[in-house]
Design a protein around this ligand. Sequence first.
Ligand code: AMP
Length: 284
Amino acid sequence: MTLRIAVPNKGRLDEPATEVLRQSGMRFERTPRTLSVPVSNLDIELLFVRTEDIPELVSDGIVGLGITGLDLIEEAGLPLETVLPLGFGHCSLAAAVPLGSEIGAVEDFTGCRIATSHPQTTNRFFAGKGVEITTVPLRGSVEVAPRLDVADAVVDLVSSGSTLRVNGLRQVVTILESQAYLIRDPKLSDGLLPLANQVRTMVAAVATARSNRYLMMNAPEAAVETISRLIPGLAAPTVVPLAGAGMVAVHSVVAADDLWRVLPALEQAGAGGILVLPIEALIP
Ligand code: AMP
């Protein structure tokens, strides 16, 4: 039985999604405009489709797994399993108003017309806060709606905030923090489950590896305790004696985001010859 996986065919998630599958060990040839390709080393077929169609394809059981944004999963509101965050496609769904607006808090949106390509999520958010609004559903160019007097505010995806600034908008509240997720059909047949679990493990190993680094260094034996506190690693750092008297090699895994705090501290603790290496796959 072949496991089908839906992957974005264009847009922001296209390249990173294809890349994470390749890194996880799937071999496939992708040519422009191909809708589906077989994975040569596994019983898997990749379906390249619109990012926003993926929640429905997964929920309907047309594909077993899919990669798409959490914002689109929430908007679809369909029964499906969010299996794993993938660590790319980060953005937030935020409510923003024109610079001159007096709106400063969620309650101030009462009675507002809000332009958005995420009307379900927007309605759910404001209803949850007891604030009555009307949505103006738009497919794209949401940020120009207030200037055209189609809406008083927008709910749109924001990453750096530069699109909001260029359009004279100011962010008031974040509705959802989004990133790409691996999702699964909750009714996936028993025959496909083992392969879907294998994909999950491999993709998780790649996603975890990307946010971590392997550190190697030499240090005086006396510094091991301080170093172990700085880089505890998965269980504890590996400490190997060196040929030189009183010196050891220390190996550990550290979060990539922590590197710039940890490296100077390691140097100060007496470590030298510090190497930072990328990790290909990591199962904690
Ligand atoms: P796209 O196909 O390029 O319109 O984007 C599809 C998905 O990419 C969105 O649904 C989000 O999950 C994600 N994304 C990440 N950053 C952004 C951003 N700055 N603006 C819009 N979408 C983003």
